[in-house]
Design a protein around this ligand. Sequence first.
Ligand code: ADP
Ligand code: MG
Length: 252
Amino acid sequence: MKTPIDSVANVPHERGNCAVQIDGVTKAFGKGEASTVALSGVDVHMFLGEMTLLVGPSGCGKTTLISIIAGLLNPTSGSVTILGTRLDRLSGSKQVRFRAQNIGFVFQQYNLLPTLSAVENVAVPLLIAGMSRRLAVQHAAKMLGAVELEHRADARPNQLSGGQQQRVAIARSLIHEPRILVCDEPTAALDTQSGQNVMQLLARVAVDQNRAVIIVTHDNRILQFGQRIIHMSDGTVEFVDDKSKGEGHDRQ
Ligand SMILES: Nc1ncnc2c1ncn2[C@@H]1O[C@H](COP(=O)(O)OP(=O)(O)O)[C@@H](O)[C@H]1O
Ligand SMILES: [Mg+2]
């Protein structure tokens, strides 16, 4: 399948290239006295071929930040450059198209459709994009193979374990070959072993397939998987652990 990103984004997709550049981003919800400042000046970079973890206490702005990266929220000020494109400057419909082509999502609660089989769930984004059912299911079956679930293609979500459901959700999130995968607490509902399996899979997605995988997490059991760990508190980045430079050297 052709990767649609080639026609949209401006950055060469080489390993280590910047996928996400956030400069001076602020976000306030509401106005005046009732306003909440969720982000108060964030500067960060995230790279292709790397898994980046976003950690910090509840309410520090993690979900707001990945929603801005994914184009689901606009920042109040600052710039958001994704794969060389100023996402905050695109019009609404172009943002939607950019997101559909370049960004995949994985959520804590899988969000699979209960009446569809595993392979049908994975095929849904292709069917929505207008692909024929036969081709969409063919692609989806291949993608299920990549998450080692080809043998469960016909199972419904309630016949799968939590870890298997999350792997189906990951296969679905990758079916349109996004360069950036955004995950909000993907292991929070999983037991330790399933969480480790899911993280190993996501690490392969980042390193072997040269994508930027960005994971919000509370889960200390998975910190070891991050190449870059962004520690947030109170709407700002406290410091960044960049493992390629040794712990804590890349403070921002
Ligand atoms: N839609 C919203 N309206 C008003 N306040 C919000 C909204 N979303 C988040 N907030 C507030 O912004 C802050 C950061 O929230 P969030 O990004 O969800 O934090 P985290 O994901 O780190 O727990 C919190 O104080 C939260 O209450
Ligand atoms: Mg959150």
